[in-house]
Design a protein around this ligand. Structure first.
Ligand code: ADP
Length: 375
């Protein structure tokens, strides 16, 4: 069958398919191309007439890591096996490319929908040009980095002059003047934190998947983090403890900076959301059956950060890893947080192949678990 017959009496649908930015192909049960929209033909660098009725595998030269994809690994086979839509985007680290007619290479995300609605169509294949996404993401990150950088100077000027006035260097302030200036100072501190967090996020997005692959002494890293944060715990009179195995834990292929930043974020949160005289305990253990590892197929270690602080309300638990989310019970307690620490920590830990999760009881405390693979 060709597209003329297929769309007979239904020109609108063809126009609609042709108006899509993503490439789209309709295949029959033998993977023969019945229709390819204009975007698909542009992506392949061919005319529709040339590919109609040909087998998908003969027309679309898909590659993974520079090697042609075998039929058994093709997205169509994956969708067939699943008997449900398959999207390569949902598989981390699976980056298909497609060789175009002029031999140039195009990175693509593919979605294959096994179709039962149409009698002659068995698969709908959608091609999404992922190079465009990467470019947009990069442009966004660069823009954010630039804006945050430009914001730093005026913010510093405000801090500088507010501090001067508050330090009474230029005369006494009355009660209301002091109060208002303190509000300005607090607000400005929040902007400083927000800008710093935004810079961190844009940096995270820019360096995504580019971790250093180095050997890391996790025990040493934890001891250093503990020492750095001891004064913060001391200020709130929080009992602060660290326990690590007697023998140092060495990770073969990880990233000191990413781990350090993520772990410190989690510990800082525990200290921040635990009231004075509470306790925060950090421990490092080998991951095993007893400590609920989510990545059960990998061997590794778990850093556990346990506090007896304010906890997280049940109905907000799944939101706390989202960008800029802060639970309702912390907003009045701590005005300096911006809701990006967990987002960044999760992103960093995932970059080194690990995961973060937590358990929490409102007003009783939270335990954050950081799973870090051994290699
Ligand atoms: P921030 O701490 O800057 O608000 P995070 O992204 O680090 O942002 O955390 C998001 C939210 O998760 C916090 O605002 C808080 O509501 C909650 N949260 C994180 N860690 C804890 C903890 N140890 N105890 C209670 N709530 C926490």
């Amino acid at each position: 069958m060709d597209s003329l017959r297929f769309f007979a009496g239904d020109a609108e649908r063809k126009t609609f398919y042709n108006s899509l930015r993503d490439g789209l192909m309709l295949l029959d049960k033998d993977h023969r191309i019945i229709f390819a929209n204009i975007s698909a033909t542009h992506m392949l660098g061919v005319r529709e007439k040339v590919i109609t009725n040909k087998h998908f595998e003969d027309v679309v030269n898909l590659q993974l890591g520079g090697k042609s994809v075998h039929t058994e690994d093709s997205p169509i086979t994956r969708a067939k096996l699943k008997m449900s839509p398959y999207s390569s985007e949902s598989e981390l680290g699976l980056h298909y490319t497609m060789a175009r007619n002029d031999r140039s290479i195009l990175p693509v995300n593919l979605t294959v929908i096994p179709s039962t609605l149409e009698t002659d169509i068995n698969f709908i294949v959608i091609f999404h040009d992922s190079a465009a996404d990467t470019k947009i993401d990069q442009a966004k990150s660069e823009f954010i980095a630039l804006v945050s950088h430009q914001l730093r100077t005026p913010i510093n000027i405000i801090s500088w002059y507010v501090e001067k006035l508050l330090n009474k260097k230029h005369g006494e302030l009355n009660k209301s003047q002091r109060k208002y200036l303190e509000e300005v100072s607090n607000g400005n501190k929040r902007i400083v934190n927000l800008v710093q967090a935004i810079v961190n996020v844009s940096r995270t997005d820019l360096t995504r998947l580019k971790h250093k692959h180095e050997q890391v002494n996790l025990s040493q890293l934890l001891r250093k983090a503990y020492k750095d944060l001891e004064p913060t715990a001391g200020l709130k009179n929080i009992t602060f403890e660290l326990s690590t195995p007697t023998q140092d834990v060495i990770l073969a292929d990880s990233d000191t900076e990413l781990l350090d930043s993520a772990i410190k974020n989690i510990i800082l949160n525990a200290l921040r959301y635990t009231l004075g005289d509470g306790s925060v305990n950090i421990s490092l253990k080998r991951a095993d059956e007893s400590n609920k590892v989510q990545n059960s197929d990998k061997s590794g270690f778990i850093v556990e950060v346990k506090d007896n602080g304010i906890g997280i309300p049940d109905e907000e638990k799944q939101k706390v890893f989202q960008k800029l989310y802060r639970a309702s019970n912390v907003k009045s307690l701590d005005v300096t947080g911006v809701g990006l620490g967990l987002y960044i920590a999760q992103n960093f830990i995932e970059q080194v192949g690990g995961s973060i999760w937590f358990t929490s009881d409102l007003r009783a405390g939270s335990t954050f678990y950081i799973f870090i693979p051994e290699s």
